[in-house]
Design a protein around this ligand. Structure first.
Ligand SMILES: Cc1ncc(COP(=O)(O)O)c(C=O)c1O
Length: 522
């Protein structure tokens, strides 16, 4: 998303009709088109008092009564606010004020605009304005050309969090500042507000926010009362956290192989691994897709086991008619920044519809306290801090749009990848994936990654070595008993993915893959 920051002079030209009607039309058009046209319009908060003062004075000069002129100026500002986003000047401090090249108002505008991540131009007719290296400067009549020309060959981020930040910046800043104002950094009001929104979104009855996805898994196992010597069935093809928490608690992880096409745990292999010590099944909704949860829940019911969904990668995904995080005894998600719903640090959440389990999680989260300084059970310091909750709250209004974008972009990838005959991770017809990762299977992975990287297409591997081959865990399982995980570890490669991946960028990624395969076949 490109950003246009409107200088005071340009807005006054429009309001006071100081330029030709053609120019007025151009400025008005830019302000109306806004985000739909791939750009976002901003006005610096430092510009508002100046706009009010000058427009009011000019209206008075033109013969308007003073009280009417004041109202008219405010009405103009209100109308402007309905079309633009307000750029705050939160980072402008005394040192900046003493070192400025521009006048005070312009200096604040330039500094605020420099904080945006996307390509940004100051729209101005003021040739003396100094914008620095990071910003462009265009007159209103040059804007259309600038919008077209700029950014065609922009580098592709593996996960683009910058565009999202520009899009939510005003709400984000307001939420963060609210926390700074009330000062309740631990268990402030945003914690309960977020938990309510997460409950509303997933349909689970209870949500307990925690310090990370790892902490969510740990607390869930503790709340279920699973003890040293017990066994938990899980997949070896996952991020280390899944297995780490099991082992940390002295529980034995029992690995079950994955399906070769989805990379999720193969539910049909679970029953054979159940013993008298088995207490739970911990499937992972890998890459953003829930595994065969009906089958897993049925096995769990038959043997009286709990099911813990590791939904670190699947927040927002649907399994049949239900949301991920609401399809098992208990579920854990992660708000690590790169996850489908990520904060700006560590965070996570536990979901359950079992009241006693929810209460146990709440207590374990605060050192096992049932009330202040009464430690009813062994716990941890596992709270999610208020600032991180405030960040997620700012992201939530855009989240469902982002999920829909992920589905669309994932579908487009599927079509383009299938056209190239490249093997990819499959999605089952009765569920979707939020594509925390978009993953394909390739031969000669390292060479391909290098080639793609050379043309500006970053890739990643999730995960090269299954847990039963890791030095810390290999003694816990025979390495040969999960052959599909072994093969996947050698072949998987993830492509750039995210709600803000532009069609043009996706085209470039596919073209780079196509070129590689064409060269390889020659
Ligand atoms: C499958 C899985 N489980 C657990 C975690 C742990 O989450 P966190 O990084 O928030 O502790 C992750 C995060 O990478 C993950 O991908």
């Amino acid at each position: 998303m490109k950003n246009l920051v409107f200088d005071v002079s340009v807005i006054l030209d429009l309001w006071l009709k100081r330029v030709s009607s053609e120019q007025q039309h151009i400025i008005a058009g830019l302000l109306v088109e806004g985000e739909n046209n791939g750009h976002c319009c901003w006005v610096s908060s430092s510009s508002l008092p100046v706009l009010e003062l000058i427009s009011c004075a000019e209206l008075k000069k033109s013969g308007m009564a003073p009280s009417q002129a004041g109202d008219a100026a405010q009405a103009l500002i209100a109308e402007l606010m309905s079309k633009v986003k307000l750029l705050s000047n939160y980072s402008f401090n005394q040192t900046d004020a003493l070192q400025i090249d521009n006048d005070l108002e312009d200096a604040q505008m330039v500094m605020a605009a420099s904080a945006l991540h996307g390509l940004t131009a100051i729209v101005t007719n003021d040739k003396r304005l100094k914008t620095g290296d990071k910003l462009d400067q265009v007159s209103p009549i040059e804007v259309a050309k600038w919008l077209q020309a700029k950014g065609e060959n922009q580098s592709i981020d593996f996960i683009d969090l910058k565009t999202q930040q520009d899009a939510i910046r005003p709400q984000l800043e307001q939420n963060i500042y609210r926390v700074l104002e009330h000062g309740q950094y631990i268990m402030g009001p945003e914690v309960a507000q977020l938990e309510q929104r997460l409950v509303d979104y997933t349909g689970a009855k209870y949500c307990i926010t925690v310090a990370s996805g790892t902490e969510a898994l740990l607390i869930s196992l503790m709340a279920l009362g699973i003890k040293p010597g017990d066994e938990v069935i899980t997949t070896p093809f996952t991020f280390a956290a899944t297995v780490e928490v099991i082992v940390l608690l002295g529980i034995k992880p029992v690995f079950v192989d994955i399906e070769p096409d989805t990379c999720n745990i193969n539910a049909s292999l679970i029953e054979a691994k159940i013993t008298a010590n088995t207490k739970a099944i911990m499937p992972v909704s890998l890459y953003g897709q829930v595994p065969d949860m009906d089958e897993i829940n049925a096995i769990a019911a038959k043997y009286n086991l709990s099911v813990i969904e590791d939904a670190a990668q699947s927040f927002g995904a649907m399994y049949k008619t239900k949301k991920s995080c609401n399809v098992s005894t208990i579920a854990c998600t992660s708000f690590f920044p790169s996850k489908p719903l990520g904060c700006y640090g560590d965070g996570g959440a536990i979901f359950t519809s079992d009241e006693a389990l929810a209460q146990a999680c709440r207590e374990i989260r605060v050192h096992g306290q049932s009330k202040r300084y009464t430690h009813t059970r062994v716990g941890v310091g596992g709270r999610m801090d208020t600032l991180q909750c405030a960040v997620i709250l700012a992201k939530f209004d855009r989240f469902e749009w982002e999920v829909q974008q992920r589905l669309k972009i994932g579908q487009r990838y599927n079509e383009l990848i299938d056209q190239q005959g490249i093997k990819r991770v499959k999605q089952r017809a009765d569920r979707n994936s939020v594509f925390a990762q978009y993953t394909v299977f390739v031969e000669g992975r390292e060479a391909l990654q290098q080639k793609l990287n050379a043309v500006g297409v970053p890739t990643a591997v999730h995960y090269p070595i299954p847990m039963n081959f890791q030095p810390a865990y290999q003694h816990l399982c025979c390495p040969d008993c999960t052959p599909n995980a072994t093969v996947a570890g050698k072949q998987v490669m993830s492509l750039p993915m995210g709600a803000d991946l532009a069609p043009e960028q996706q085209g470039r990624i596919i073209d780079a893959l196509k070129t590689h395969y064409q060269q390889a076949s020659q």
